[in-house]
Every structure is written in structure tokens, then in C-alpha cells.
Write a protein that binds this ligand. Sequence first.
Ligand SMILES: C[S@@+](CC[C@H](N)C(=O)[O-])C[C@H]1O[C@@H](n2cnc3c(N)ncnc32)[C@H](O)[C@@H]1O
Length: 330
Amino acid sequence: MRRSVCTRDDVNRIVLGDNMDVLPTVEDGAAALIYIDPPFNTGKEQRRERLRTVRDDDHGDRTGFQGKRYRTVRLGAQSFDDIFDDFLAFLEPRIAEAHRILSPTGSFFLHIDYREAHYCKVLLDGLFGRECFMNEIIWAYDYGGRPKNRWPAKHDTLLWYVKDPARYTFHYDEIDRVPYMAPGLAGAEKAARGKTPTDVWWQTIVPTVGRERTGYPTQKPLAILNRIVRVHSNPGDLVLDFFAGSGTTGEAAARNDRRYLLIDSNPEAVRVMAERLAFNAPEVVSSSIDLSKLGGLQDKIPPDAPPFDIRKFWDEGYDPTAYTEGTSEK
Ligand SMILES: C[S@@+](CC[C@H](N)C(=O)[O-])C[C@H]1O[C@@H](n2cnc3c(N)ncnc32)[C@H](O)[C@@H]1O
């Protein structure tokens, strides 16, 4: 019999491990909302240099506000591979698990880009059923270089599927409002209230400076995840992201009183998530990866964090079977 590491009643949890090892241990129907943003199969290593600027009037290499000089300090790089021989063969068993884990009224979102979106839609039609496809949402942004030999690709695609097209969570009243394109034609009252967005969501990328930026490559905007979480789940529900990266889904869940299960195979992602979500005191656990790679993480965990967190492994010695056996040992 399969024992679950995560049930409907579990608290907030971050798991370090390959999602294919962890997903089979999650209880059937446990998650009301699943959002995934897998590597897009760009054929490249996704890498972001972490930089900090410090005031330096003598040796500064940048000029900032009011002409003050700043020096750039390199903090290191964060990276993960985005290269698959067969992307669909990689995704298929993971999405099949997602379908099993999704609650009867649940929604599944796949965030992907133009290179793979059409193949993924055919895959999802097969796994969920064509009748369970709800929307192809285009996230449109306007940032970065503009090639001169074709139209600049400035959008990602979010494919929304439900478990049951006759019964699914969709809170229309929770949809945030956006400005009218021609407010003069809408009338003053409507213009002041704004309108609900269509299936094209204009949203800037995460700014390169600012509080939201974690430095993790491919971090997605919190505004996108806030919208999805508010409209497609209820307070108290479990939200699952098994390509969790910097934990944007977890932050949206936590800020909107939902619970989260976040999985990533990259120790750096787990470190970033633990730090980002420390205000929420998540459990941070490992499925089977060598925890010695997580140097320094123990300092990020708040002292009042729940008992079964990663410090337990450091304090008492790491037992890699603890999670593959599938107990949460509260
Ligand atoms: C595009 S990023 C996700 C970014 C995230 N949405 C955010 O806002 O920060 C994809 C993530 O999938 C993770 N990943 C790739 N293969 C994985 C696997 N087999 N199991 C778990 N995580 C995986 C990578 O480490 C990476 O952090």
C-alpha cells in the first residue's frame, strides 16, 4: 500500500527531490490547484548571475540616482539545466500523477512557451480529455531584445485544464480588474472600476531590481500566481507546484491563506524557497538528495519552524529512507 508524504491535511511543505520520486507518495485528490512551470526545453542552461551594488564613490562602475556611483559585487550564479532529449516523455508521467492528485473540482495549469505549447496541448488533451480543456491563456510582456528578422516572441502560454468540466472552482468575483484600453468609451463609472481581463494577461516580468526578485532564473511574477490562486482555489486548499523554482506559487498560496506543497530537484531552488517563505515557517524536507549540498540553509529556517524540517536531518543525521518510505513523522 502506498503511504503518503502529503495528504489533504498537511501543512506547508517544501521538498527537495525529483518530482517523479515524490509525486507517487502524494494522496489521491489532495490538491485543489496544481500549477507547473517546467523547464521550457530551450536547450540551454538557465543561468542568472547574482549581483549586488554597493555605494562606492571612488571605484564605482555604475551611476545611480542623483549621479551617485555604485560598485557591482558578484554574489555567484544560480542555474539549472533546461535540456531534454525527449521533453514530452519527461512530462507525461509527471502530468499523469498530477491528474491523479488533483481534487474532483480542481484545476491544472501548465506554463510553457511557444516552442513546446502545441505539443503539450495534445499531450494534455490525451491525459485529461479534450472536454477538460478550459483556456489557453497568453501571458504577454514587453521586455528584452527585439530581433529584426521576425516578430519578437514576448509571451508565454498557460494551458488550463479541469478534472471535471461540469464542476470546478472558478471565483469570478475574485478576478482583479484591469484598466480599459479606451476608458473614454466605457463611461466614468465603468472606467473607474476597470474590467476583468481576457485570456490575454498583460503583466510585466519580475523587475530586475525590487523586493519581489529572488535572483532565481525564470522566476515568474507573483501577480500571475496571485490571480490563479484566488480565482481557482479556496482558502485552506492545498496548492501544488512540482517544478517550484523560487517558490512563486508558494508565496501566492501563503499570502492568500492557502496551503502549499512545493517540489524542486535543485538544492539552490530549495534554499531560495526556504528563505522566501520563512515568514510562513514551512517544513523543508528532502526525498533522497544529499543534504550536504544545501550548505547554509539551516540558518534560514526560523527557530519556531515545525519539527519535521531539514534541521532534523542535520541535527540527527540524514536518513534518506525517511521520505522515500513515505512518512511525515510529525
Ligand atoms: C522554470 S523553473 C520554475 C520557476 C518558478 N515558476 C518560479 O517562479 O520561480 C523550473 C524548475 O524545475 C526544476 N526541475 C527540473 N526538473 C525537475 C524534476 N525532475 N523534479 C523537480 N524539479 C525539477 C528546476 O530545478 C527549476 O527550478
